[in-house]
Design a protein around this ligand. Structure first.
Ligand code: ATP
Ligand code: MG
Length: 176
């Protein structure tokens, strides 16, 4: 499956425009379709039921873990949020270091760092210690400049127009 000459890349999808999670869902499918094994960790705690992750979990060679460890948007929950983020991080970090997967996706990890639920240094250390053949994809708004610097490829989704501002709410199949 894995070839000796493969160079593991650090990919970042960031920016305020839509398309970061859907980009890495596509990446997971492409990788699995080419024989790579994939771990997809979703960090952000959301109220949406992300239908794509259920489908992904049924795809051969893709493991999906939803960790519900992001910012809860509720007051007085910071310590609990930090503890959830720490537990989620421990799992994700172990998955990268284990070499069990060719591609590890940490969806919304940038956001978790931005809200200081996870120390930036933790993420930078993992990027540095990543096994050389493992690909690592990091998504989420507001990627830290240090993460951008450390990455091999950075894509910024720009919000040129979003239907939400025209009063159109999230649509099943488009937003979740
Ligand atoms: P998607 O999951 O559609 O690929 P995303 O991962 O880039 O989007 P997030 O930053 O994770 O977006 O935001 C989560 C939710 O907010 C998603 O439902 C997404 O569709 C929606 N969203 C993304 N960008 C915008 C925007 N500029 N204005 C309003 N809603 C947005
Ligand atoms: Mg997203």
């Amino acid at each position: 499956m894995a070839t000796n000459d493969r160079r593991g890349l650090v990919l970042v999808m960031t920016g305020h425009g839509k398309g970061k999670t859907t980009a890495v869902v596509g990446l997971a499918l492409r990788a699995a379709g080419n024989g790579l094994s994939v771990a997809f960790f979703q960090f952000l705690k959301g109220t949406w039921n992300y239908g794509e992750l259920e489908v992904l979990a049924g795809v051969p060679r893709i493991d999906v873990e939803r960790m519900r460890a992001g910012y809860s948007w509720e007051p007085n929950r910071l310590e609990e949020d930090r503890a959830l983020a720490a537990a989620a991080w421990k799992k994700a970090r172990a998955a990268v270091l284990s070499r069990d997967h060719d591609l590890v996706i940490l969806d919304d990890v940038n956001y978790v760092v931005h809200y200081r639920l996870l120390a930036l240094q933790e993420l930078l250390d993992l990027i540095r210690r990543k096994p050389s053949r493992v690909h690592l994809a990091l998504t989420g708004r507001s990627a830290a400049p240090e993460v951008i610097e450390a990455a091999d490829e950075v894509t910024e989704m720009a919000d040129l127009k979003h239907h939400f501002r025209a009063g159109i709410l999230a649509q099943p199949g488009i937003e979740f």
